[in-house]
Design a protein around this ligand. Structure first.
Ligand SMILES: [Mn+2]
Length: 326
């Protein structure tokens, strides 16, 4: 007989099955090697992962509210082995809580693995891993910078489309403990009330102008005070005064963003009221930049763990890079 109790048990069994599957996805990705990468998954598993990630994004707001302590990571760009090194150094979810600022895919060689591992963690531990959308979680950009070709070459355009469906629903910014606002690109002159973000209709792609464009594309600019057009052709640039006015207007203390390569992996702007975090070391294999992860502790004190390209191996062996105090 199909009683409610039977139904509940049935559901639980189904839930347990999904949890076991997600754990097996994570275990396989932790044991990843380049030579075996194509044998780890059948395509339908990755598509299932994308559908479930989309569902989790959909259930949450466009503006996330998260609590410290938390670690914040910037761009990863398909550098999967560097992502594994970063998690080994800084702690694995769910014991360590993370907010990622976007740009998981394109440029680097293993965007599928980067996105799959982070999707699996986000689905399994939605309170411990949050993923914001970067300007590279977007169809026209992926057509140009590698993710489309990686999906087509290794699996299919169907898988690519499944990833896009998830990207369309990703959140655009996060506020940590009511004090720190985080996004991929930067602030927007058009964002005068954070409640505006509740009205963003998803699924959506990223337009060239407006709040969504600025949150994913904008850059700080030392040469101006307020806002100006950007050479990138999407989003705008913002100056020191713009940062100060934005924080005051929204009663916030700090802006944390990613989107630009910085030599030390992190770089301050506007009297330390805005910071850029970049987490792909030796970006594209052509740059000598370090990667950083920002830690915000229980008392809202910020520090940085830096993974220098030439010291990566040594740091991994020692497992004690030591945070750089601010
Ligand atoms: Mn970017």
């Amino acid at each position: 007989m199909d009683t409610p109790a039977h139904k509940a048990a049935g559901n639980d069994k189904q839930k347990l099955k999904v949890v076991a599957w997600l754990n097996s996805v994570i275990e396989r990705l932790k044991g990843w090697t380049q030579s075996h990468c194509q044998k780890l998954f059948v395509e339908k598993e990755l598509i299932e992962l994308c559908y479930r990630a989309r569902e989790t994004f959909w259930k949450n707001n466009v503006k996330l509210e998260v609590k410290a302590p938390i670690k914040i990571c910037g761009d990863i760009h398909g550098q999967y082995s560097d992502l594994l090194a970063l998690l080994e150094l800084n702690g694995w979810p769910p014991e360590t809580k993370y907010l990622f600022l976007g740009d998981y895919v394109d440029r680097g060689p293993f965007s599928i693995e980067v996105m799959s591992l982070l999707f699996a963690y986000q689905i399994l531990y939605p309170d411990k891993v949050s993923l914001l959308r970067g300007n590279h979680e977007s169809r026209p950009v992926n057509m140009q910078y590698g993710f489309f070709l990686e999906c087509r070459k290794r699996y299919s355009v169907t898988l690519y489309d499944a990833f896009q469906m998830a990207f369309y629903c990703m959140p655009l910014c996060a506020v940590i403990s009511d004090k720190i606002i985080c996004m991929h690109g930067g602030i927007s002159e058009d964002l005068v009330d954070l409640k505006q973000l509740d009205k963003v209709e998803r699924p959506c792609d990223i337009p060239d102008i407006g709040v969504i464009a600025d949150l994913t594309w904008a850059d700080p600019d030392h040469s101006i005070q307020m806002y100006n057009e950007s050479f990138r052709g999407a989003g705008r640039v913002f100056g020191v005064e713009a940062v100060k006015k934005f924080l005051k207007m929204h009663n916030l203390e700090l802006i944390v963003r990613a989107h630009q390569v910085v030599d030390d992996g992190y770089e301050f702007f506007a009297d330390r009221q805005c910071v850029t975090i970049f987490s792909a070391p030796s970006y594209c294999g052509t740059m000598n930049n370090a990667a950083a992860v920002m830690t915000i502790d229980e008392e809202m004190v910020c520090s940085f763990t830096v993974m220098r390209p030439d010291l990566q191996k040594k740091e991994k062996e020692n497992k004690s890079p030591g945070p750089v105090p601010t």
